[in-house]
Design a protein around this ligand. Structure first.
Ligand code: AMP
Ligand code: MG
Length: 332
């Protein structure tokens, strides 16, 4: 009888111990897999990174945000500490390796797109008043004058130095630097062993790995309002959206926005927004701007040729068109 009581007691003890072990194991797992999130205002937008990992995840996210902050200063041609400021204002050649590398990529996209993508639109962005936030429609004569200063052919990179072939040329990396910043933040997360994260830098996003075993669900903003047009399920992919709703003003019922057609000197016409999905965040950023300028047909054709890039465009009339791969990912 005594032995039986002892056995029952032992059994209860074992079950209790196992239950305790399982609770603490689950708690341990939760702690290890916890989602952490940090946000800052960077590159003129709300920037948030959420990631899943062990105890020091917040610290790693902080480092990734610091790197974006560094890029924000270095690649912003309006910031006096940026080598691009010296290039624009004092014609000082740029020798910084990573800036030259990104400009090489930008020049390749300019060539491939027949000049639809062009980082020398700076004088146009300036003339239309988008830097000082009091934009207005300039006279035609001034736009024609301005076009003489634009054109990626006025730039040259020789022996690791960016130089001007025309003293009036100026650069603005606003259409590609955010993608670069996302890519650099991603490197930091990956090097620290993070397997699951979402980097959201305004219109530029990277979805790393999966969220609780499933692809990340990313909403695509409705260019006309607050809601979303739909969403895509993505994993290890970047998304970039360019839209006429980001920076604009209206005059006599016409919307003038910040994405310029370098051929006309006027804001590109025909589209409200373009979203590109591809593995490389730099390419996604540059392509969304390029396709916006090229318009629906030429733009979707361009995405096809770019390889590994999928696009969705929303026209001025609200019509939505997709490349075939994008359509498969899109859900309403
Ligand atoms: P995004 O939001 O990536 O499409 O970039 C738009 C920004 O890129 C603008 O605010 C300008 O600074 C710059 N930009 C405007 N038009 C062009 C263009 N055709 N090619 C390259 N950069 C441009
Ligand atoms: Mg862009």
């Amino acid at each position: 009888m005594q032995t039986k009581t002892l056995k029952i007691f032992s059994l209860f003890f074992i079950i209790f111990a196992l239950a305790l072990l399982s609770v603490s194991f689950r708690n341990g797992l939760n702690r290890r897999d916890e989602q952490q999130k940090q946000a800052r205002i960077l590159m003129d937008t709300y920037c948030a990174i959420q990631a899943q990992g062990s105890g020091n995840t917040l610290k790693i996210i902080g480092k990734a945000l610091d790197r974006i902050e560094e890029i924000d200063k270095k690649f912003n041609s309006l910031n006096p500490v940026s080598p691009l400021f010296g290039f624009n204002e004092e014609n000082s050649p740029v020798t910084d390796r990573e800036i030259c590398q990104l400009i090489r990529t930008a020049l390749k996209i300019s060539e491939k797109s027949g000049g639809a993508f062009d980082i020398t639109v700076e004088p146009l962005v300036r003339l239309w008043g988008f830097y000082n936030k009091t934009p207005s429609v300039p006279g035609k004569g001034r736009i024609i004058e301005c076009l003489k200063k634009t054109g990626y052919g006025h730039l040259a990179i020789k022996e690791g130095r960016l130089e001007k072939l025309n003293k009036s040329v100026r650069v603005d990396l606003g259409a590609i630097a955010k993608g670069y910043a996302v890519g650099e933040a991603l490197k930091i997360l990956k090097n620290a062993g993070i397997k699951s994260a979402l980097i959201d830098l305004g219109g530029d996003i990277y979805a790393l790995g999966k969220l609780e075993g499933k692809p990340w669900k990313v909403g695509i903003r409705n260019p006309d309002g607050k809601g979303i047009l739909g969403m895509v399920e993505v994993s290890d992919l970047s998304l970039s959206t360019s839209g006429s709703y980001e920076r604009f003003f209206e005059k006599d019922g016409i919307r003038y926005h910040h994405i310029f057609d370098p051929k006309t000197g006027y804001p590109a016409r025909g589209l409200k927004s373009v979203t590109v999905i591809c593995p490389d965040p730099v390419l996604a950023d540059a392509l969304s701007t390029t396709i916006f300028v090229l318009g629906r047909e030429k733009g979707l054709e361009f995405a096809k040729k770019a390889g590994k890039a999928e696009a969705m465009v929303v026209t001025d009339k609200g019509e939505i068109s997709f490349s075939s791969g994008f359509k498969k990912l899109f859900k309403k």
